[in-house]
Design a protein around this ligand. Structure first.
Ligand SMILES: [Zn+2]
Ligand SMILES: [Zn+2]
Length: 162
C-alpha cells in the first residue's frame, strides 16, 4: 500500500468537525469533535446584545477550537461588570470568545453550520426574562435556572447524553 493512500485514509478517520461563521463570512472557526448541547440565557444583557428574547450558546474546550479566518475583524465590548461581547466589525454578528478564567470558549449557536443533533437543555436567568418571552412553555425538556448556575455544572449538563 502506498503512503499517499494510507494518508488519505487516515484523514477520513479523523474525528468530525463542525464549522461556523458570522453573517458576512469574515469570521470563521472550527470545532474538532463533539459540540455540546445548548443553553439559552434570558438575562437583560443577553437580550440587549442579541435584540431577542434569549441567546443560544454552548461551550467547548479551548483545545478543540480553532479560528479559520477573520480574527482581525473581531471587536470587543466589555461592561464594567465583566460581561463581554465579541462581534464582527463588518456584520455585527456575535462571535466566539474565551470564557475568562477557564479553558472554555463560548460559542454562539446561530453561527454553527451543522446543528442538527443539538438541543437546548438549559434556560438561564429565567427570573429576569422579558414579559413577552414564552420560554417556560418551550422549556419542558430543558432545565430552568432562575439565575446563573455553577459554570462547571452547566458545562457538564451540556455534554450529558440522553
Ligand atoms: Zn461578519
Ligand atoms: Zn445572559
Amino acid at each position: 500500500m502506498c503512503a499517499v493512500s494510507w494518508c488519505s485514509q487516515s484523514e477520513k478517520m479523523e474525528k468530525p468537525s463542525v464549522k461556523g461563521e458570522c453573517l458576512c463570512g469574515t469570521v470563521r472557526f472550527e470545532i474538532q469533535g463533539e459540540v455540546g448541547n445548548l443553553y439559552q440565557c434570558h438575562c437583560s444583557l443577553c437580550r440587549k446584545v442579541t435584540g431577542a428574547a434569549a441567546n443560544a450558546a454552548t461551550f467547548v474546550d479551548a483545545e478543540r477550537f480553532s479560528w479559520r479566518g477573520g480574527e482581525g475583524a473581531i471587536r470587543s465590548f466589555v461592561k464594567d461588570s465583566g460581561y463581554r461581547a465579541d462581534f464582527c466589525q463588518h456584520c455585527s454578528s456575535l462571535v466566539p470568545n474565551p470564557l475568562r478564567d477557564t479553558d472554555l470558549v463560548w460559542i454562539p449557536a446561530g453561527l454553527l453550520e451543522d446543528s442538527k443533533n443539538l438541543k437546548v437543555v438549559a434556560h438561564l436567568h429565567t427570573a429576569s426574562r422579558a414579559d413577552w418571552d414564552s420560554c417556560t412553555e418551550s422549556a419542558q425538556t430543558a432545565q430552568c435556572f432562575d439565575s446563573m448556575p455553577d459554570l462547571k455544572a452547566l458545562h457538564q449538563l451540556l455534554y450529558e447524553k440522553g
